[in-house]
Design a binder for this molecule. Sequence first.
Ligand SMILES: [Zn+2]
Length: 423
Amino acid sequence: MIGLGSKRRIAGVGVFNRFIMSRENIICYQRIHCHRIIRVIPANQLFDFLMPYSTSLKIMRSRAFVLCFLVPLSLVSFGQSLFNLSEQKPAARFPVTDPVWPLQPGDATVCLWEDDKLAACSVGVDDNNAQDVEWWLKEAGSRGVPVTWFLVSGWIEKRMPLGGTGELWKRVKSAGNDVQSHSVTHLVDVGPEWKGIEWEYTESIRQIEEKVPGHAVRLLAYPGGPNMAKNDRQIAAKHFLSVRGVTGTPNPANATDYLDVNAMSTCHVGDRPEKPWCNLNNILDKNLEGGRFYRGWAFPFFHTVKPETALPVLDFLAANGDRLWCGLFADVTRYGQERDTARLSTQSVEDRRIILDLVDGMDDRFFDYPLTVKVRLQDGWTPASVTQDGHAIDFRQIEREGGVYCLFKAAPDRGRIVIERAR
Ligand SMILES: [Zn+2]
């Protein structure tokens, strides 16, 4: 991405202040409140497009500059198919704002979180703790909160009752929850017989997938304890879409480290002022903690359940269901990585039809979670249908301050999106 700083108006293109180059296209867009795409130009018209403006776009002095710098940069940054966003302690990827309401018909934005919710939350249980499964199924299930269990795979059917059985974990999964990796041994013994950290990661995937047939293990929670330094981020990045760590704050919405997702073994709902960093209200209230967690992603996790600490968290999530997206770790981390690399472009705005393209930089074999898209329609419009690649998708219409908006869910790279107006 090349920032051009101030607004530019170029005949035939319009006003823009950013452009992106991919293998196929140069996309000019405004990055103010939303990514308003101005024009998509095929890369084979690269020189035809850029050269007339080389004095206006001062950075491009020569064709040699374009060839030596811009094109290689574009190949590194775009047109990719990433297995994970591996940037460690990332800087802010975009400004965090209140929910965006595009101003012009055809303007579209990818919502920060599913259903345009204000913030996101995932709940986890570590170290199997199978004895508590029935409690979680009842208490979290009745509040609409899905739970991700991080399983020490070597304990399944061996260290009972803590480890749980394959049958139990199948039932957990089929109730809308998830089971993912927490290594084979929890690194309790890393002596001469130990088979190494890559074995801990890959063998745990194999063992859990064997106990829960048809299930794909793609996520890890780094095992803690005295040997936690044996964890290896680079090796984890080869095998997992995302990894949960134990840094005890929410994740800033624009700076999640997807290979070390912050999670809170201790959190509260505003009743422990001596620990302001792990207050769940931080993700909903911009006045807390300097606003750095506002609209972020919180991840409380538990070991042996203590109802007096777990129930207030579940009650908080249920009570704030209209503002909070409670999603599985697998879903929220995929949404985040797709969103952080997404490019949404308005291809055409016609009297009865709006056409959009939604692409991202992630590997579509794993990253197929639908993003929520919000589009401003022409005044007076009622959408009759939304399709992606010709297939109907659900949508809803919202009216706000005189504007008409359409919200729908579409996975990136799955074909052209067409909104048709009702007659
Ligand atoms: Zn653990």
